[in-house]
Design a protein around this ligand. Structure first.
Ligand code: ADP
Ligand code: MG
Ligand code: MG
Length: 256
């Protein structure tokens, strides 16, 4: 069993403007995610949800000013981005950029090589990748296209879940995996996430603005995220409350 533990995490964001001061975004996040658990983080826009996922993944723009992140007791914050991936942490927003000239299959094989520590045998890889694409209803021609070049929102999300299936991380952070998906795509993508969770007994941190995806990926724990902190944690019933009443009760309490 694997446990990702986040304790009193404070994070500053460095704006692109070199004259601007760093902005304090995360203000003491506490969260523990273990294998086989599905956690949903829900919060209003701008509350710092993506900042949390970037900080876990080690994005250079995000500076941890205090607090700890550990994976089975190992200091994640001391690891490079690649080391975090090798240790079994996956961020689905990891590669949102277009990479012209690099085909999807080559990209995925390099990612698998980096995580596994050796290159998958080409013959096996072709079969593995084809099966994984099949499960997500992805056209095999997709493998020949450049990474994210001209991908629709839905294709990018499928690509993220494809990576999840192939890289088999221990803990997966999925940031707004539902955004831009129509109902059919949402169903396929959610099924992929659920398959990963079952097969790998993975721990999932599902970050979302809307409750819609939670009809397909059933969380064990729901955390309300406001102003850079988890302000309340509970079971799935908390998502039902948010669906019904919105974030007001929580944002009002923080504003006081
Ligand atoms: P969420 O994902 O919950 O919508 P974010 O983590 O994206 O929230 O953003 C939290 C806050 O940090 C917002 O006010 C946003 O404007 C600010 N922020 C995030 N990244 C940057 C950045 N690179 N430069 C300046 N401000 C940023
Ligand atoms: Mg946002
Ligand atoms: Mg976000």
């Amino acid at each position: 069993m694997t446990t990702l533990e986040i304790r009193d995490l404070h994070v500053d964001v460095t704006p692109s403007d070199p004259d601007a001061e760093p902005i304090h975004i995360l203000k003491g996040v506490d969260l523990t995610i273990s294998s086989g658990e599905k956690h949903a983080i829900m919060g209003p826009n701008g509350s710092g949800k993506s900042t949390l996922s970037y900080a876990i993944a080690g994005h250079p723009k995000y500076t941890v000013t205090s607090g700890t992140v550990t994976l089975d007791g190992e200091d994640v914050l001391a690891m490079s981005v690649d080391e975090r991936a090798r240790a079994g942490i996956f961020l689905a927003m990891q590669y949102p950029v277009e990479v012209p000239g690099v085909s999807m299959s080559n990209f995925l094989r390099s990612a698998a090589t980096a995580v596994r520590g050796e290159a998958p045998k080409l013959r096996h890889w072709v079969k593995e990748a084809r099966e994984a694409m099949n499960e997500l209803d992805i056209d095999p021609a997709f493998g020949d296209r450049s990474v994210n070049e001209g991908f629709s929102g839905g294709e990018k999300k499928r690509h993220e879940v494809l990576q999840l299936g192939l890289l088999k991380p221990k803990i997966a952070v999925l940031d707004e995996t539902d955004s831009g998906l129509d109902v059919d795509a949402l169903r396929i993508v959610s099924a992929g996430v659920n398959r990963y969770a079952e097969r790998e007994n993975g721990g999932i941190l599902l970050i979302t603005h809307y409750t819609r995806i939670l009809n397909y990926i059933k969380p064990d724990f729901v955390h309300v995220f406001v102003s850079g902190r988890v302000v309340e944690s509970g079971g799935p019933e908390l998502a039902d409350e948010l669906e019904r009443d919105g974030y007001e009760r929580f944002t009002a309490a923080v504003a006081k």
